[in-house]
Design a protein around this ligand. Structure first.
Ligand code: RIB
Length: 307
């Protein structure tokens, strides 16, 4: 499904098997609920974003690891079909990363990630792929690999670095500030400000983006769920609309947004155009169950933001 136009994207990130239970509502602490589903599907924020970008025609290489268990096969299914280059995915002793997910009737999810093989994506591991990273036009990172692997990938990058720090984990501030854009939701944006030692003064998204820009980021994209997104560059904030949809499962829709964003950036689009497209892709993904299984291709009729 890849083309050979545009800049090369290298994703250094996690590959998980997602074990998903459907529940009417999320359990309270100490509560047991009956659910349904229990199926395993391909996930991991790194792999999700790689698949999303590759299915949209971008040239993508995935750097990551799976384990020697049976989950590995399931975790790689969509990557195989997406056309992403998988030659930098290692198989390491032990289990594949596992995400335990609950999805409620309103489409909202909770996720617990057990890193498994993703814990082997250290600086030493990343160094083995230094040439790929150095030559990449865009390096895309998330927060599900060890911090030293994340930091080495940024240090090796000679192109654009896009960081979706989800989950927000402690990483080097200098490496984090290379993000262009930093891609976060409101909650993550506030946590990043905490991490940088400048706690947010407000929960207002526009102010959060402004405060992040004041911390030295070249650009910030903040996703706001049904409210769309904000694109911030020094001196300019732009609201990005999102299509109105009926959410079925929001698992991985943020990753669909991230993958679509870098796919467009790799074609030379500006941040506002890329985020406008990404909002439509993220919305589409939320109307279908699962993470990678819900992602569009180039021929998909995406929902529109005009009504
Ligand atoms: O963002 C969704 C993803 O988070 C899931 O696929 C799960 O594997 C976790 O990484």
């Amino acid at each position: 499904m890849s083309n050979s136009t545009g800049t090369d994207i290298v994703v250094v990130g996690s590959i998980n098997a997602d074990l998903t239970a459907k529940v009417q509502r999320h359990p309270e602490p100490g509560e047991t609920l009956l659910g349904s589903g229990g199926t395993v599907s391909a996930g991991g924020k790194g792999a999700n974003q790689a698949v999303a970008a590759a299915q949209l025609g971008a040239k993508v290489t995935m750097i990551g690891a799976v384990g020697t268990d049976q989950m590995a096969g399931e975790a790689l299914t969509h990557l195989r079909q997406s056309g992403a280059d998988m030659s930098a995915i290692a198989t390491v002793d032990g289990p594949t990363g596992l995400a335990i997910i609950t999805v409620s009737d309103d489409g909202e999810n909770t996720i617990i990630v057990i890193p498994g093989a993703n814990a082997s994506v250290t600086a030493e591991f990343v160094d083995k792929h230094s040439q790929l990273i150095e030559n990449a036009g865009i390096v895309l990172l998330q927060g599900e690999i060890p911090a030293d692997g994340f930091e080495r990938a940024v240090d090796l990058s000679q192109g654009r670095v896009v960081i979706n720090l989800a989950p927000v984990v402690p990483v080097g501030h200098d490496q984090l500030r290379r993000a262009d854009p930093l891609l976060v939701n409101e909650h993550e944006g506030a946590l990043v400000l905490d991490m940088l030692g400048t706690p947010a003064t407000t929960s207002d998204p526009q102010s959060l983006v402004t405060e992040l820009l004041e911390q030295g980021f070249t650009s910030v994209v903040m996703t706001l769920g049904a409210e769309g997104a904000l694109v911030g560059t020094p001196g300019q904030l732009t609201a990005i609309p999102t299509p109105k949809i009926q959410a079925v499962d929001t698992t991985g829709s943020g990753d669909a947004f991230a993958g679509a964003l870098v796919a467009k950036l790799s074609e030379g689009a500006g941040l506002i155009e890329a985020a406008t497209f990404a909002a439509r892709v993220g919305a589409y993904a939320a109307t279908r169950p699962g993470a990678q299984a819900s992602y569009p291709t180039l021929t998909t009729d995406l929902p529109s933001t005009t009504h």
